[in-house]
Design a protein around this ligand. Sequence first.
Ligand SMILES: Cc1ncc(COP(=O)(O)O)c(C=O)c1O
Length: 355
Amino acid sequence: MKRSAWVAIDFAALQHNLRQVRAYAPESQVMAVIKANAYGHGVLPVAEALNSANGFAVSCIEEALELRHAGFIHPILVLQGHQNFADLQTAASNKLRLVIHDYAQLQWLEQFPLSKPIDVALKIDTGMHRLGIPASEARKVYQQLNDNRHIKRGCWLMTHFSCADDTSCDYTDRQISLFRQQTHGIQTVRSMANSAGIIAWKASHANWVRPGIMLYGSSPMLNGDRDKQGLKAVMSLYAPLIAIHNLNKGDAIGYGATWTCPEDMPVGVVACGYADGYPRHAPSGTPVWVNGKESQILGRVSMDMISIDLRGCYADVGDTVELWGKHISIDRVAALAGTISYELLCNVGNLCQRL
Ligand SMILES: Cc1ncc(COP(=O)(O)O)c(C=O)c1O
């Protein structure tokens, strides 16, 4: 179904952001994280634009197969690994590297003979307590994997950070230390850093970095500024202005009548709402860009529409409004709406048409 709001994807900005990753981590290979339809940007065109990345990371086997079927021959890391025996066979025949994070996966590997040996990465839980083998068990499980004849030699070691966006706490330092300590002396490939690790924790760079959000031009840091980090917005969200009203002082706007005009003023209606993935919790004052000028939303976001302040703007019905993108940082919108750019990108990217 074609609705009025749309997103534009700037592939040159995506490639610029990949160069930024390499500038931050010049010694590391880059595993571009393009899971969840490349954070809503469209996985195949994104993979094409990021062809010069050294590898891709996706969530599950199905996402990896989409890349293989499209002809991508890059190393592919499957972050959730295998969930059954069929996944193991598929991974082996499609040369996918599986993340091993749970003992059930080890059992499948041991019980079922594979026709071809498989590449794996052992994920070690250094403090996030989501996926991963306890750090204290890492050495033993690594050995077990290396001894398994169904596994190719050279099992990778990896971990994931929970607080790397926050440089005021030492949690990431402790995760890096624990990872180093528990894997000391093992000669193999290592990977730790997500985007925040790449920007703020040099000690985490290792052999492969795994950037996601920074490739899409959003700051991975708490209260971060994409411009200062040299990142460019990849997705812009646009919608047309479909009505303009000259309201009177005291008129209230939208559901719940939560915003009242402080003076006689022009108010525009933009054809985009929470059905398009725009966050309903974005409050009055959230910025938008209208014909070269920053303005703001007024009142509650509704399903298909948002009201905006047109004081000082030259605007006509039919003009295009930017809800975020090159002029309005998605990080500002996300912070005001009490969420993160990741969620907005995934929602909007999977709901709106891409032009
Ligand atoms: C294991 C793993 N590595 C890397 C990333 C990329 O993280 P970011 O988008 O914060 O760079 C993710 C994303 O969630 C992940 O799950």
